[in-house]
Design a protein around this ligand. Structure first.
Ligand code: XBP
Ligand code: MG
Length: 254
């Protein structure tokens, strides 16, 4: 196993409630009479990318207006307001990392195992979310960071994973991806990357066919998973366990 590749939203942190609140705050600020509830947002999350999600919803509620010439400009403006609200919400440690994430990033650093980010989220969101829990030099801890500014086509297309693999100079089969959603799983699979899924409440009902493992979270000694893990004598996913599970994918492929 040559590298770990992390999704951001829902995987590094359970961020989608903050995104939902930011979307609704932006609608109110710009005077749109839209207000998304959790049930609707859970459905809209099937569309990766906040701007793509806005256009999808606009086409749902007003197909004629959504064909207008100024829609792209309007979406850029609304999404910029949304990003400001989101970054204000999560910066300064406003949102904790999920269990096991900080520990695994530390273990990988000590073991010299490269880690990377493959996300469809807006670049500004990364620093707001990660600066506090991972420190001001958080970017230096990742061998590659690919986001909505890196590739135009979003998940479930493999583009962002393929760009990460190219920058790392490794094959997908030699890496392990961490995702929370069906879109993310399909993107990683299409790039040939075995994937561990840690769903959130927003994605728990999605299908994860072909995932290497589906876990409630990655666990920590002080926040173990409810269940024992295959072949592990403790209830959190550490680098040794990940290597064992990854070797299993290589023997299956052989
Ligand atoms: C999840 C997404 C993002 C976020 C909103 O990204 O699809 O669009 O929902 O962020 P990830 P933006 O690949 O990290 O799971 O509004 O910046 O797109
Ligand atoms: Mg995600």
């Amino acid at each position: 196993m040559q590298a770990l590749i992390f999704d951001v939203d829902g995987t590094l942190a359970d961020t989608e409630s903050a995104h939902l609140q930011a979307f609704n705050a932006a609608f109110a600020e710009v005077g749109l009479d839209w207000c998304w509830d959790v049930a609707l947002y859970t459905r809209l999350l099937k569309v990766a990318g906040g701007k793509e999600r806005l256009l999808h919803y606009w086409r749902m509620v007003d197909p004629d207006e959504a064909r207008g010439a100024s829609v792209a400009e309007a979406i850029e403006a609304v999404h910029a307001v949304k990003t400001r609200h989101y970054t204000e919400r999560v910066s300064g440690g406003g949102l904790p990392l999920r269990p096991g994430i900080a520990r695994l990033i530390g273990e990988a650093g000590q073991a010299g195992t490269p880690i990377a980010i493959a996300t469809t989220t807006t670049p500004a969101n990364l620093d707001a979310l990660l600066r506090s829990p991972l420190g001001p030099d958080w970017r230096a801890r990742f061998a590659a960071i690919c986001d909505a500014g890196t590739t135009a086509v979003k998940k479930p297309a493999p583009d962002v994973y393929l760009e990460v693999l190219a920058r790392l100079g490794v094959d997908g089969a030699d890496c392990l991806a961490f995702e929370d959603s069906g879109n993310g799983l399909r993107a990683a699979q299409a790039a040939g990357v075995p994937t561990v899924i840690t769903p959130t409440a927003y994605t728990a009902a999605e299908r994860f066919d072909g995932a290497l493992l589906v876990l409630p979270h990655l666990g920590d000694p002080d926040q173990p998973m409810p269940q024992h893990l295959p072949g592990a004598d403790h209830r959190w996913a550490d680098l040794a366990a990940l290597r064992r599970w990854h070797r299993g994918t290589r023997s299956e492929a052989a």
